[in-house]
Design a protein around this ligand. Structure first.
Ligand code: SF4
Ligand code: MSK
Length: 629
């Protein structure tokens, strides 16, 4: 376990996490850090990507020191096994985002057909814009247009000819490059299925060929499944605009019914939000002695309702067990993705109800209340009522909320950013050309108990904004940066003089929250818009990305689509590829000559920030702009 006297060894940089980990130890409740320690030492073969269980002639593992087996039973060598494993990882991530997108499209269709009474078309202007991208007649009424759009998007999931519609947002040069490389993304399901086929024993046994298809699969997520998820969420629930809110465990309220919204898809949380405003349920909460009903977010469902509704954010990935330890959560309502199977055990130590809502995601020790487009509003009321009644079972002496909340401003969709700039990217480009803003970096991704929670996110972000680089964040990074105070308007004081002046003029923080994991597509869409406005391909822009604490297969897919889209990406956790020199060399160097961008792996966040700054400055030089290097 970490040495808590050394800041680099502590399990978190944040006082709320540290206080709650201590409480877990006092109460004898196991957390993710205890289980991580119990797994030490982790398997070296798997860490290097050198183990394979793709068939039952195996499992096989190769000796990284060259003394034991160098081939699996079928004859697969290290390059083949590592490439196959990485491709499957990316496919699983792409599938997760895209299945989330599909659920939204099915709901859009149900809304259009009048079968989803809780939902509505909220952003009609966005419906018009997206429908136009899909070539749908402009003069259709909204319901008919939404139906056409849902059907067109559904078609994109399957056997789609040509490339995905949203890829047209990119400069022509990027699409041409993908077509030349045969990696322009087709149907999302098709690319994932093809990855699983190619990585079956006896199919694709060329590491480079496997990896190129892995990029294509990731692109079908970034410019397909994830982008569809973002855009349809905006149509159904509204396109985010800047909104003030709060963050950290202090957003739970001692005197209120607290409901924690966890997972990724806003379909459930939006209905809980509506139900939480039901006067009868608020009256019932008051009758039970609570001041009201308080919704708080966790992980990316939290980001979704924060971006659109200003719901305060309790924490990110590694806070999910600890939020229950406050003893103040009447219910944790989950949809899917990034929900640890352990949360039911922790909830069982308190009065908290763990409530699952998706037929795809059932959990031990949970109550299941299945949401469908047809019943969601009614189910939302049922779940909120359950939480309210549970307030009577709370034991006040066990309530421990260790901190006061921190202020933040969220809600920076592409539309909101362009709105703040007067409707076009030109002022941002002018600031970049003038050197006031050096460039932009997307700092994104998860927490991982291998890394002191949020040290990577906050160190990199702090260094970048001090160097006049605008930071765009999503996912768990967004929570880390908000807790560190970077996303209050006063965060501008932490920026370099150029970025600070822009932030003060526009009344924005130096770190712009662009949403959840699927909303990384907002970042690539903004990159495409900047590239188009400048008349260059994406890989020429002074931009980069970082995933300092990633853990998830989805993060692998995001990083792969960022690089394939031309964005240099620094990872803070080493992916399981070092067992193959061919694969490692391709990712760290070779890809640059193929797609114009590559990966770097740098666990030290200060060194990672230096790499990102160097990248931004060198791209500035490439554009003929001044460079500080
Ligand atoms: Fe072993 Fe080959 Fe089967 Fe993998 S596919 S488990 S390397 S025999
Ligand atoms: S929740 S994928 S831990 S960012 Fe999107 Fe956080 Fe990563 Fe899940």
């Amino acid at each position: 376990m970490a040495d808590h006297t050394d800041p680099k060894q502590q399990c978190s940089v944040h006082p709320d996490t540290l206080a709650m980990v201590q409480r877990a130890r006092q109460e004898g409740i196991e957390t993710v850090w205890d289980r991580a320690q119990a797994q030490e030492p982790q398997c070296g073969f798997c860490s290097l990507g050198l183990s394979c269980r793709n068939c039952v002639m195996g499992p096989c593992r190769l000796d990284p020191f060259g003394e034991g087996p160098q081939q699996g039973i079928c004859g697969a060598d290290a390059d083949i096994i590592v490439a196959r494993n990485l491709a499957r990882m990316i496919a699983a991530g792409a599938a997760s985002h895209s299945d989330h997108g599909r659920d939204l499209v099915e709901t859009l269709l149900a809304v259009a057909e009048g079968l989803a009474p809780g939902y509505q078309l909220t952003d009609l202007a966005k419906l018009d814009r997206i429908a136009a991208e899909f070539g749908i007649a402009a003069d259709l009424p909204p319901q008919a247009k939404a139906k056409e759009l849902a059907l067109a998007m559904m078609a994109e999931f399957g056997i789609h000819k040509g490339h995905l519609t949203f890829a047209k947002r990119l400069p022509a040069a990027r699409l041409d490059l993908w077509q030349k490389l045969n990696i322009a993304p087709r149907g999302i399901d098709r690319e994932v299925v093809e990855t699983m086929h190619r990585t079956h024993m006896g199919v694709d046994n060329d590491a480079v060929n496997i990896l190129l298809h892995a990029l294509r699969t990731a692109l079908s997520d970034g410019w397909g499944g994830s982008m569809i998820a973002t855009e349809v969420s905006d149509i159904l629930f509204g396109t985010p605009q800047p909104v003030a809110s709060q963050v950290n465990l202090g957003v739970l309220k001692k005197d209120q019914v607290n409901i924690v919204l966890h997972g990724h898809n806003p379909l459930v949380s939006e209905m809980i939000y509506r139900a939480s405003h039901d006067p009868a349920l608020i009256d019932r909460a008051k009758a039970l002695g609570a001041g009201g009903i308080n919704l708080v977010g966790l992980c990316c469902t939290g980001n979704e309702v924060l971006m659109r509704k200003g719901i305060p954010m309790a924490g990110n990935h590694l806070l999910q067990e600890l939020v229950i330890l406050t003893g103040a959560a009447e219910a944790m309502v989950v949809d899917y993705q990034c929900i640890m199977p352990s949360v039911g055990q922790v909830a069982a130590c308190y009065h908290t109800h763990l409530i699952t809502t998706s037929p795809k995601a059932k959990f031990p020790l949970a109550q299941h209340h299945e949401f469908t487009p047809e019943n969601a509003l009614e189910k939302g009321r049922e779940v909120v009522r359950l939480a309210v009644e549970n307030f009577a079972r709370r034991r006040p002496e066990r309530v421990f909320i260790p901190v006061e909340p921190v202020q933040q401003v969220s809600g920076f969709s592409v539309e909101a950013i362009l709105g703040a700039l007067g409707g076009t990217p030109t002022p941002l480009l002018d600031a970049i050309k003038a050197g006031q803003i050096r460039g932009a970096v997307g700092v994104v991704g998860c927490n991982n108990p291998k890394i002191c929670q949020d040290l990577g996110h906050t160190t990199i972000t702090r260094t970048l904004i001090a160097s006049d680089i605008l930071v765009l964040d999503t996912g768990c990074t967004a929570v880390a940066n908000a807790k560190a105070g970077f996303k209050d308007l006063s965060g501008a004081a932490l920026a370099g003089p150029g970025l600070q002046a822009i932030c003060e003029a526009l009344k924005i923080p130096p770190v712009l929250h662009m949403g959840s994991c699927v909303d990384n597509t907002r970042i690539i869409a903004l990159a495409a818009a900047l590239a188009n406005a400048l008349g260059v391909d994406v890989d020429k822009l002074p931009i980069a990305a970082a995933a300092p604490e990633w853990y998830s297969e989805k993060a692998a897919a995001i990083a792969a689509y960022a690089v394939a889209s031309g964005i240099y990406t620094v990872l803070g956790v080493t992916p399981p590829v070092l067992g193959s020199k061919t694969v490692t060399d391709l990712l760290l160097t070779g890809l640059e000559g193929v797609v114009g961008a590559k990966f770097a792996v740098e666990p030290d966040p200060e060194k990672a920030a230096a790499l990102l700054i160097r990248q931004v400055e060198s791209k500035r030089r490439g554009l003929g702009l001044d460079s500080r290097l």
